[in-house]
Ligand binder design. Structure first.
Ligand SMILES: CC(C)(COP(=O)(O)OP(=O)(O)OC[C@H]1O[C@@H](n2cnc3c(N)ncnc32)[C@H](O)[C@@H]1OP(=O)(O)O)[C@@H](O)C(=O)NCCC(=O)NCCS
Length: 232
């Protein structure tokens, strides 16, 4: 029951969320594309943790969706917010998220940016956006040491102007990548050699992960921006 508590909460607020979407003129397809990601999240929870529910995931993404802040538009998801811009000022930005699923092809990203501009300008004209911004392991430029230039991940990260890395531990992504690349529970503590030796090495990002940590370095989640108007 405890691991399903949030599922019940999301379902309880669903009618209110749908009303809010309708008030903003959101089409039904976008509403359901956005809110039906709860199912895949539960499937992912079962695959990573071996039990149903959502309780052991960080609870940051569904609340954004169920309070009408985040929308899935094509391949990518966007939440409206106030954020830092490249010149150090703050203002309306769209935080971009990359759910697991189909490949992150350049065409699917371009199409999603076009959908996002059309959607937010129509439904939230009072929030003029200056940049798309993203905070993700997918923006760690050291990925280019391991993955080919033609890979979707490298082509994705090359779109962004990066914020200089921070020196703190908050941006360490080693533990989170266990979940994203290996469907293993994410961890806070350092990933030891014995854990590395146990990881499958079937795909290029999985091999990159292990080789990079064995070189004595860490993976970082980096922050980057793309200008809103010209993003392609
Ligand atoms: C982001 C993502 C869609 C990119 O996938 P993609 O478009 O196939 O990426 P690329 O074209 O750059 O790379 C293809 C390689 O990655 C592998 N790959 C793709 N997704 C993978 C995953 N989740 N785990 C392990 N390997 C993966 C492919 O099998 C392929 O391997 P190969 O080169 O050995 O043949 C994918 O990594 C993913 O779903 N990640 C989980 C979600 C995530 O990390 N979101 C960001 C959260 S901050």
């Amino acid at each position: 029951m405890a691991l399903h508590l949030y599922v019940w909460l999301y379902l309880a607020v669903l009618p209110r969320t749908l009303r809010y979407h309708a008030e903003r003129g959101t089409d039904r397809l976008t509403s359901w594309e956005t809110l039906s990601t709860l199912g895949p999240m539960m499937a992912e929870h079962r695959s990573v943790h071996g039990v149903g529910g959502v309780g052991r995931f960080d609870q940051w993404c569904p609340p954004l969706k169920f309070r009408g802040t985040e929308y899935k538009l094509g391949r990518l998801e966007y939440d409206r917010g106030c954020g830092e811009r490249p010149d150090g000022t703050t203002g309306s930005v769209l935080h971009l998220h990359i759910p697991s699923g189909t490949p992150l092809s350049p065409d699917s990203c371009d199409e999603s940016f076009d959908l996002a501009r059309a959607f937010f300008e129509r439904h939230f004209p009072d929030e003029p956006v200056s940049h798309f911004t993203c905070h993700s392991w997918l923006l760690d430029p050291r990925l280019t040491e391991y993955l080919p230039e033609r890979s979707n991940i490298v082509r994705f990260l090359r779109r962004f102007t990066l914020k200089p890395p921070t020196s703190g531990a908050a941006d360490l992504a080693d533990g989170d990548l266990l979940e994203y690349l290996f469907s293993r529970p994410s961890r806070q503590e350092p990933v030891t050699e014995s854990r590395l030796a146990d990881l499958p090495q079937e795909t290029s990002p999985q091999r990159a992960y292990v080789a990079h940590l064995r070189s004595g370095r860490n993976w970082l989640a980096r922050t980057g921006w793309i200008p809103y108007r010209t993003a392609r």
